[in-house]
Write a protein that binds this ligand. Structure first.
Ligand code: NAD
Length: 457
């Protein structure tokens, strides 16, 4: 039997060994899901909503054990695991309220002879291939609206969050979603690859640019819906009229929360020269208060790095930046094991010749660059292949809007960062991907419009 070993990144110990899927079980689950989907789509929406309400209640009931599972397998500090689960509840509520509106058939023309309507029907069988960094968020951003709109879901959680993936699936089954309608596939990339080989009607992927490219190539000629939520190199500009201390405290959290392993982590900071030194001093002071430790401890802010290979990426970015003249102000190295640990790291005197300012870090390291004008900040913020989020700190809304309207990003932040709202579309440009989740658009995306031309005889 194929298996998947689950290791705790905080201590390197084996947590469990899970039975994993192979090409045979993937094909069987796909065939069963396809067969089961029409009956699920025929279930009245009110009943599908009842299942999701029960799922929500299950999350609330089991929240502490679900948080512990997530923390053990990802290294995420326990308080942040609870935050993710509590944040999920608001997302579920949004989907529950909005799906009726999105699915309502629209009459767009009606006269004595002719009626025209748009009906929103499910895509059919959708694949959700997911990341580990916010496994409840990125999993449920797809699974919940896809199920509510009448789709069957084949869900391949990350191999670094497979226990959480199985918990999501268990709670949905307990809540009444038929087993064949919602199936979990356990395994690494080859299981994802086997899933893509099935007859599916849509692929919803969250993960790295490199895997996103592979997936786009794998399904390219099949004309099925493809959504890719990929990485970012999210910039923030701190203007000269900003409060340097308040901006530094907010942005240090935006850069280091979840050990910097967020798609919308602040990855680059540009600070106006007039307040640069005050900002940098306050930023380093804030970072020094971040406590590294056992992810299960209540006061831990910096937990373990989830994937060991990322340590090499962080080391290489720090070494490259220092070799090119960056000044190291905090951290800059791994902490000793067992487990995978990296010190919160701050580098100043950086520029765009450095990998640190161009490639996703996905860890607790940040470069802060001095700029002399809004125009220079815009030019540097746009000097990237990514386009997920961008922010400006200034008391002047018009100034922030003027800067952010020139920046290529799916989400624009004024005096905030590292923020996702269920009410707003979550999307990226360029290498940050295609398509979107969340908002009413992120419900509609699991449907296709059917046009009805109705002539009265
Ligand atoms: P990853 O690309 O390594 O893996 C993502 C998923 O793809 C996993 O489930 C993996 O098993 C699967 N996979 C790997 N190879 C595959 C293949 N050939 N075919 C099919 N599936 C395959 O990414 P990760 O390390 O899990 O996630 C980190 C990345 O995700 C970061 O770049 C981060 O920015 C990005 N991310 C983006 C968003 C967003 O909303 N834009 C949200 C979270 C994470």
């Amino acid at each position: 039997m194929t298996t998947l070993a689950i290791l705790n990144p905080a201590n390197g110990q084996l947590i469990t060994t899970l039975p994993a899927d192979d090409t045979g079980t993937v094909a069987a689950k796909a065939a069963a899901a396809r067969a089961a989907q029409p009956a699920w789509a025929a279930v009245p929406l009110a009943q599908r909503k009842t299942c999701i309400e029960k799922f929500r209640a299950g999350v609330v009931r089991d929240l502490e054990s679900l948080a512990t599972t997530m923390t053990r397998e990802t290294g995420k500090p326990i308080r942040m695991s609870r935050n993710e689960l509590n944040g999920l509840l608001g997302r579920i509520d949004f989907f529950l309220i909005q799906t009726d509106l999105v699915l309502a058939t629209e009459t767009v023309f009606d006269d004595s002879g002719m009626k025209e309507q748009i009906q929103h029907i499910p895509l059919g069988l959708v694949a959700n291939i997911s990341a580990w960094n916010y496994p409840w968020f990125v999993g449920c951003n797809v699974i919940v609206p896809a199920l509510l709109t009448g789709n069957a879901v084949l869900y391949k959680p990350s191999e670094y969050a497979a226990m959480t993936g199985l918990e999501i699936t268990r709670l949905l089954h307990e809540a009444g979603v038929p087993r064949d309608v919602m199936a979990c596939l356990v395994g690494a990339g080859e299981v994802g690859s086997a899933l893509l080989a099935q007859k599916i009607d849509g692929v919803f992927f969250t993960g790295s640019v490199a895997t996103g490219r592979r997936i786009a190539q794998a399904v390219g000629g099949r004309f099925i819906k493809l959504q890719l939520e990929l990485g970012g190199k999210d910039p923030t500009y701190v203007a000269d009229d900003a409060d340097p201390k308040a901006a530094a405290e907010s942005l240090a959290d935006g850069a280091m929360y979840n050990i910097g392993q967020s798609c919308c982590s602040v990855e680059r900071i540009y600070v106006h020269e007039k307040i640069h030194d005050a900002f940098v001093a306050a930023f380093v002071d804030t970072v020094r208060t971040f406590k590294t430790g056992d992810p299960m401890s209540e006061d831990t802010y910096i937990g373990a790095i989830t994937r060991a290979p990322q340590l090499d990426v962080l080391d290489a970015q720090v070494a490259d930046a220092r070799a090119k003249g960056a000044i190291l102000l905090a951290g800059g190295a791994r902490n000793p094991g067992p487990g995978h640990w990296y010190q919160p790291t701050v580098l100043a005197n950086v520029d765009h010749t450095m990998e640190l300012m161009r490639e996703e870090s996905f860890g607790p390291i940040i470069g802060i660059q001095k700029v002399s004008s809004d125009a220079q900040a815009v030019q540097l913020m746009n000097d990237t292949a990514y386009g997920l989020t961008a922010g400006v700190y200034t008391p002047d809304e018009a100034r922030a809007r003027a800067v952010l309207s020139q920046v290529n990003a799916g989400s624009a932040y004024w005096n905030c960062c590292d923020r996702v709202s269920p009410r707003l579309p979550w999307s990226g440009h360029g290498d940050s991907g295609v398509g979107l989740t969340l908002s009413t658009y992120g419900i509609e995306t699991f449907t296709r419009p059917k046009a009805w031309h109705l002539r009265r005889a």
